[in-house]
Structure formats: C-alpha cells, structure tokens
Design a protein around this ligand. Structure first.
Ligand SMILES: *Cc1c(COP(=O)(O)O)cnc(C)c1O
Length: 373
C-alpha cells in the first residue's frame, strides 16, 4: 500500500517559535481576558487589514466569533422574528452559531457562480418579516461582498453578519471590498490557511459594535461585573494568542508555500487532466484544493478510487446543511444549487508542504477513473 495522504496536514508554529511568547506569559502571569499578547495580536491583525485598533476583537474560535458578532448586532431571537436566514451551502458552524443565539435557521440556496446568497432576491422573500438576522457566508474563503451586505441592512433594517470562515487571505488582499461596518467573523482553526489551533476574530469598522462584540464574548460584562447583555464566554486565551503571534511571524513563508502547492496542482491538472475543473487559490483560500466533478456519482467514484489508493478526501460542507441529521427538518426554500454543488466539490489533499510526488500520485489516480469511463 502506498503511504497515506491526509486531506489536510496543518503546520503551525513549532515550539522554538512559541517560546519567546510563552516566556512573556510566564513573566506577566496574565493568561486570559485580553492580556498583553491577545491585545498585540488584535493590533497586528488590524494593521494587516489596514484598519485602526478597535476594529478586531479576538475570539476562542470562529464559531464563538460568529456568536459574538450575532449577539452584538442582532441580540437573541424574538417571537416576532424567530428566523435567521443562512445559506444551505456552508459549514455546519453557521447553523450552530445562529441556534446558539436562539434563532431557527431558515435555509436559502446560493448562486451557482459565486456560491453565495443572493441578497437582492432575499429582499423580496415572503418570510422577510420573520427574519431577525441574515448570515452571508464567504464560501471556501471566497471574498464576501461588504457593500451588498450594507445595502441589504440599510434597505431592510435586518442585521447582517458575515461568516468569513477561511477568508483571511481574501480579506488581506482586498480589505476595502470585504470589510466595513457589517461584522466579519474569521476562523483560525488548524485547517484554515492562517491558523492557531483554535481561534478566530470579529472585524468591524463600527467601533461601538466592536465593544458590543467584546462584551458578548465576555459574559455581558462591560466596565463592571454586571452582566448587561446576551453573551457567552468566547474569549481567546493568552496561550492561543501566542500561537497567533508566532503564526503571523511566519505567515509570509507559510502563505507562499500554500500558493506554490496550489500552482503545482494547477500545472499537474493542466498537463494531465485539462478537462477537469480544479478550484484553488486565489479563487478560494489556499488551504483548499477542490475538484468540481461533473456529477455526484462521478464525485463518489473519484473519492472511492482515491480512498482505495490511500488518498484522503473530504466534502468540507457535507452535502449541504439540509442533509445533516440535525438540520434535515429545518424550514427552507428549495436548495437545488446547493444540492447539486456540495456533493460534487471534492476536497483534495492540501498542505503547505505537500510534495510534488504526492500531487502527481493524486492526479494520476483521478486520471485512472477518467480512463475507465
Ligand atoms: C471554519 C469555518 C467555521 C468555523 O470555525 P471554527 O473556528 O472551527 O469554529 C465557520 N464557518 C465557515 C464558513 C468555516 O469555514
């Protein structure tokens, strides 16, 4: 049997790179609650996005960041507006976060080209008056359209939160288009391009909203120990901030390595499988190498063949939210695009140090399926 190729192999900062930051924690004896490292991380991230400091609020995960952004901008669900509109084409965390805020997810379909919600269409939705929150997802790290979100919010009065998920690179590349007053939650989970194990942040240029996000992530406390608003504990620890700072130190190298692997994938497909649709950076985040198969059956066949060859794959969003046991019975529109797209988008192995040999083996194995047809 050929060696196993995992679908994703993270490489976070090693112990050597963490040590200077850990020593600072030893000296300060501050371990949580926006200590010096967390504050420095927020400042460095804001600078990376070209924003001033209060714009970034760190969180213990991308899901916590989503809950913080939702509670701060929309509060908990009300009986008049019990629904939160979410795309069916997303990672389950989107639905989990809106439920944590008391909303019933209402599933909508996505556009077949940009894989994202059509907000103009949503404005005319018959259930709009029951929707208390809209979550726009940046699928696979594709850029979210901040202006369209702001326009929807102004025209309907309904709060919008962007689930930026793995869109750190799209945000760095084009902060003007992706960031603004509408809050964007980012995930820094180990499987994302910019990663710290577990972690995330909310980015917004609306300063009062940024304070409300921090409050929502810290028991509803503001300047006293009086809990004044709906909240969770979603704070980042100083230890995770240490990983985040060390990850920022090495980010240029890691990012270039990911982009290089994406380029190698592109060349290998162009040479051997020019009729296959490969989706890699910069179209999506550089932690993804997606193969869009022609049909769900073709995708199953390719995945089965890769598995027999000891190559791991993943449908990162499953077959859409509507296919998860927990979310089958949710109210929804027809979700034809999601139903067609999600089972065809195969996550191929990715790592910043994936070897040329591994890529060759993966592409050759996919080629065998094509040859059998
Ligand atoms: C990764 C991801 C999340 C969840 O982030 P965690 O840090 O794992 O909680 C949410 N939404 C999207 C679109 C993601 O890709």
């Amino acid at each position: 049997m050929k060696p196993f190729i995992p679908v994703f192999r993270p490489r976070l900062p090693d112990a050597e790179r963490l040590l200077p930051y850990l020593r600072r924690i030893d000296a300060s004896r501050i371990y949580a609650n926006w200590g010096p490292l967390t504050t420095e991380l927020e400042q460095r991230l804001a600078r990376t996005f070209g924003l001033s400091q209060p714009a970034v609020v760190s969180a213990s995960s991308g899901t916590a960041a989503l809950v913080g952004a939702m509670l701060a901008s929309a509060g908990r669900a009300t009986s008049a507006r019990p629904l939160a509109a979410v795309p069916a084409f997303t990672f389950v965390a989107t639905a989990i976060a809106v439920e944590q805020c008391g909303y019933r997810p209402y599933l909508l379909d996505v556009d077949p080209h940009d894989w994202s919600l059509d907000l103009e269409k949503l404005e005319r939705h018959p259930l709009l008056h029951q929707i208390g929150l809209v979550v726009v997802v940046a699928p696979f790290g594709r850029p979210a359209n901040q202006a369209a979100c702001r326009c929807f919010r102004e025209r309907t009065g309904i709060p919008v939160v962007i689930d930026g998920g793995g869109s750190f690179e799209a945000v760095c590349r084009n902060p003007g288009e992706t960031l603004g007053a509408i809050p964007t939650a980012l995930s820094f989970h180990a499987t994302k391009s910019f990663a710290m194990g577990e972690g995330g942040c909310v980015v917004t240029t609306d300063e009062p909203l940024a304070s409300d996000v921090a409050r929502a992530l810290n028991f509803g406390f503001e300047s006293s120990r009086n809990s004044v608003a709906a909240s969770i504990n979603g704070k980042l620890s100083e230890y995770h901030a240490a990983v985040g700072l060390a990850e920022l130190d090495q980010w240029t190298g890691t990012h270039n390595a990911f982009l290089d692997v994406a380029q190698q994938y592109r060349c290998a497909f162009a040479a051997s499988l020019p009729n296959h649709r490969l989706v890699v950076a910069p179209e999506v985040a550089s932690c993804y190498a997606l193969l869009e198969a022609e049909s769900a059956d073709a995708a199953t066949e390719i995945r089965r063949h890769l598995e027999e060859s000891n190559v791991d794959t993943r449908l990162w969003y499953g077959e859409g939210l509507q296919r998860h046991d927990c979310y089958r019975d949710l109210p929804r529109d027809s979700v034809d695009v999601t139903q067609s797209l999600a089972p065809r988008l195969i996550g191929l192995p990715m790592a910043c140090d994936l070897t040329a040999d591994a890529i060759e083996r993966i592409v050759a194995t996919i080629g065998e399926v094509a040859a059998d047809e």
